[in-house]
Design a protein around this ligand. Structure first.
Ligand code: GDP
Ligand code: IMO
Ligand code: MG
Length: 420
């Protein structure tokens, strides 16, 4: 029996979906713990691409129970569409009665908040994630369990709508939202999805007690965490090991393995600092070869070299028991590969820990170690063979961070994976 958490160690899009799908092979339960449909996890099975935003990546296996945990914010229209797209090709699904519902006003407000920021916009996915978590913290959110009771829906809407309408008015966003209209929407959602709603914490713990393997699938990445990310250029949840435990309702002490997923390079969608960003032809090459365009928004992802200063913070907060390094194939046949091993500030002092101050971070320049590139012709995935030069690159990362590497990913498919 084991409980394994899959965490994005960078700014998201590290390949968590692929790694979760791969590890789901011997799991009984796969649960999402935070975020919402801001996530975009692409999984490729036998050449067929599946794009999931809300459903846990275990859903593609019939014998797996998928859980949307209490820490997730749920857009029920998106969920219905994803379920519809999959048809009967899926396992069982449950949604926590404590998970919060993304309401139509949250999505509208996300747009309003962003436009009001002008040039300093965050570049959110526009899905109402921040406004929904704001209502949760303000104690006027609507939870999945509330949908099961008409009186509760009315009561919650009467508390939430006036404030949200006032905010929409403040941002000058026209709308025709009413308690009656939203009540009908909530009832329609309940009619279609009511049977999925349960005490998901109880369910997942029953499976842990039975000795089943459980996977907690992270969304986003540590560096857009609300606490430890590059605030305010962050999301509104906690994509960390602690967030995974809390958001799925299990005790942190029940987690056995924490797999930090990191690309062999680095990408970021949206605004915010990026010390190793490549605004040159190498960055362009990585974007084109790695197809670095957002799964959720289609936006080009900013690309740069791997940053070990960032990963030190991710490991400190999350306690990775191993790393999964993805997209190594994208760096094949590149002459020289760089890794950021430290920063130097404007006074030439070495910086080894990722700073919280963005103005100080702006003064930091990366210090690189350069590795000779490897040839794609020296890779034989079926025999588990990787080139010596790739081994040197991987060993350096593992030794520097003091984390073993358990998975190497050399392509989007399940079979393009080597386990160590
Ligand atoms: P997630 O949000 O962390 O699940 O990552 P995304 O799905 O948004 O982005 C990762 C992209 O890279 C997806 O299109 C995956 O199919 C793809 N991918 C994952 N691992 C690899 C890999 O090792 N090599 C290549 N070429 N693509 C990969
Ligand atoms: P996955 O799970 C990459 C980014 C957005 C924006 C910031 C805030 O696919 O790795 P939000 O809509 O959450 O309020 O946006 O966070 N962001 C992601 N970037 N991958 C994701 O998820 C992301 N989810 C949010 O681009 O900068
Ligand atoms: Mg993604």
């Amino acid at each position: 029996m084991s409980v394994t958490t899959i965490i994005g160690a960078q700014w998201g899009d590290e390949g968590k979906g692929k790694i979760t799908d791969y590890l789901a092979d011997d799991s009984k339960v796969v649960a999402r713990s935070q975020g919402g449909n801001n996530a975009g996890h692409t999984i490729v099975i036998d050449g067929k691409k599946y794009k999931l935003h809300l459903l846990p990546s275990g859903i593609l296996r019939n014998d797996i129970i998928s859980i949307i945990g209490n820490g997730v914010v749920v857009n029920l229209d998106v969920l219905l569409k994803e379920l519809d797209n999959l048809g009967n090709e899926r396992g069982q699904l449950f949604i926590s009665d404590r998970a919060h519902v993304i309401m139509p006003y949250h999505k509208l407000l996300d747009g309003g908040e962003e436009s009001s920021k002008g040039k300093s916009l965050i570049g959110t996915t526009g899905n109402g994630i921040g406004p929904c978590y704001s209502d949760k913290a303000s104690r006027i959110g609507i939870r999945m369990g509330d949908l099961l009771d008409d009186d509760m829906i009315i009561d919650r809407l009467e508390k939430a709508l006036p404030r949200n309408l006032a905010l929409l008015n403040y941002y000058g966003i026209e709308n025709n939202l009413t308690v009656d209209g939203l009540f009908q929407t909530c009832r329609e959602w309940r009619n279609k999805l009511g049977d999925f709603i349960t005490d998901a914490s109880l369910l997942v713990n029953q499976h842990i007690d039975k000795g089943d393997n459980v996977l907690l699938e992270g969304a986003q990445g540590v560096h857009i965490d609300i606490e430890y990310g590059t605030y305010p250029f962050v999301t509104s949840s906690s994509p960390t090991t602690a967030g995974a435990a809390l958001g799925s309702g299990i005790a942190p002490s029940k987690i056995d393995k924490v797999v930090g997923v990191t690309k062999a390079y680095l990408t970021r969608v949206g605004s915010g600092p990026f010390p190793t960003e490549l605004e040159d032809e190498i960055g362009e090459m990585i974007r084109a070869k790695g197809q670095e365009f957002g799964t959720t928004t289609g936006r080009p992802r900013r690309c740069g070299w791997l940053d070990l200063v960032m990963l030190e913070l991710s490991h400190r907060i999350c306690g990775f028991t191993s790393l999964a390094i993805t997209k190594l194939d994208i760096l094949s046949d590149v002459d020289e590969i760089k890794v950021c091993v430290a920063y130097k500030d404007d006074k030439d002092s070495e910086v080894n820990h990722f700073p919280s101050s963005l103005s100080y971070l702006a003064k930091c320049k990366p210090v690189y170690k350069t590795f000779p590139g490897w040839s794609s012709s020296d890779i034989d995935i079926s025999k588990g063979v990787i080139p010596d030069k790739m081994k040197i690159f991987l060993d350096y990362i593992s030794v520097s961070l003091n984390i073993p590497i358990s998975i190497v990913s050399l392509g989007p498919g399940r079979d393009e994976t080597i386990i160590f």
